[in-house]
Design a protein around this ligand. Structure first.
Ligand code: LCS
Length: 393
């Protein structure tokens, strides 16, 4: 039986298991929208929160609950809430903490839509947002105002691979009584646990490493106290970005092999980053596992490993970058990341194309920047693919 002192992989395999009457080893898919009450009193007690149980799948479901308990165990939290997508989780987080006249501080280079939703939607409801380079904790302190209600950081950032010192930002924020939420998608709980570093909430796009097989979109918020859980859960149930039981089952299954996948991809990535750094057609490589990364020391301290996400610039800028993407054969030209397959993409024309050129420049997304999500294929095959594609530039 796993418990919260069990090792990471034991928790990944067993945490959240739901015991049914038949002794199923795997949590079944409870494909039901609603749950029958034993009687009127039972229904009343469930609605009043006086008894644990399930009412309606938008509010909760055993398969979804299993996944939530597993995610909480992997992030050393007390509870978690699953969402239909990572953006469902981002929206619920912001809607839970921000109202008319409030202010949020966020990493300038957060995932494009996480910034876009503040600029295009929350701004309409009187919420002000300041986007800064949170890799400088003093810039965070300078941005704090009387009405700051949340600090939202992403580390490492997508796709600029910049790190923020979670411990330092949390210490500053807490002096002012401001909660800190961290998008931990890029590291996964295998490599970094923000709650242990002082953060209050962790966000994941489950679409990425945690599901890991590029076949599900999903998101989650992980918390360490009951009050925050209730606040976020209420928003999820009201706004309706709930996960579906079948979706939950797939993520639950994928999460069991999380560290095997993350560590193999990371091993590949370390070899590839070093190889790219020596390549004559490559201008620069940004990867937290390279001594050349400006925050190499922070990466060593904060992360248990550098992961498998990197960005690099090819000599020849935009045109050379496009040529590279049109020439790769094994690596797939696609957005998303963190799956078993190697993916390559060009943020300036794809994921971050919706930002203004100024916002892109502020976020460090230069035209030649290529994002590379290293998969678990044989490293020799990924290198051979890159070599033949770089030759064509
Ligand atoms: N946070 C990060 C760091 C992400 O990379 C993404 C999606 C999200 C949140 C949103 O999650 P979703 O709703 O897609 O599950 N990132 C994507 C990317 O880099 N390419 O396509 C999607």
């Amino acid at each position: 039986m796993e418990n919260n002192k069990s090792g990471f992989d034991t928790r990944a395999v067993h945490a959240g298991d739901f015991k049914d009457q038949f002794g199923a080893v795997v949590t079944p898919i409870y494909q039901t929208s609603t749950f029958e009450f034993r009687n009127a009193e039972h229904g009343a007690r469930l609605f009043a929160g006086e008894e644990e149980g399930f009412i309606y799948t938008r509010i909760g479901n055993p398969t979804i609950r299993s996944l939530e308990k597993k995610l909480a165990a992997l992030e050393n939290g007390t509870d978690a809430i699953a969402f239909a997508s990572g953006m469902g989780a981002v929206s619920a987080l912001f809607a839970s903490f921000l109202g008319q006249g409030d202010h949020i501080i966020s990493t300038a280079a957060v995932y494009g839509p996480s910034r876009g939703i503040l600029e295009s939607y929350f701004s309409r409801f009187g919420v002000a947002a300041t986007f800064i380079d949170t890799s400088d904790p003093f810039a965070v302190e300078r941005a704090i105002a009387n009405n700051t209600k949340l600090i939202y950081i992403e580390t490492p950032t997508n796709p600029t691979i910049k790190l923020t010192d979670i411990e330092q930002v949390a210490a500053i924020a807490h002096q002012y009584g401001i909660p800190v939420a961290v998008d931990n998608t890029f590291s996964s709980p295998v490599l970094q646990n923000p709650l242990d570093l002082g953060a209050d909430i962790v966000l994941h796009s489950l679409t990425k490493f945690i599901n890991g097989h590029a076949d599900v979109v999903g998101g989650a918020l992980i918390v360490k106290d009951e009050e925050t859980y209730k606040r976020l859960h209420k928003t999820m149930a009201y706004f309706g970005a709930n996960m579906d039981p079948h979706q939950a089952y797939l993520v639950y299954r994928g999460a069991k092999t999380l560290s095997l996948r993350v560590l193999k991809a990371q091993e590949n990535a370390i070899t590839i980053a070093r190889w790219l750094e020596e390549h004559p057609k490559v201008e620069w490589v940004r990867y937290p596992g390279l001594e050349s990364h400006p925050q190499y020391e922070l990466a060593q301290r904060q992360m248990r490993g550098p992961g498998s996400m990197m960005s690099f610039g090819v000599k020849g800028g935009l045109q050379a970058g496009k040529k590279l993407m049109d020439s790769v054969q094994l690596a797939k030209l696609a957005v998303s990341l963190g799956g078993v397959e190697t993916l390559i993409q060009h943020p300036a024309s794809m994921t971050h194309a919706g930002l203004t050129p100024e916002a892109r420049a502020q976020a460090g997304i230069t035209d030649e920047l290529i994002r590379f999500s290293v998969g678990i294929e044989d490293v020799e095959d990924i290198l051979a693919d890159l070599e033949q594609a770089l030759e064509k530039i």
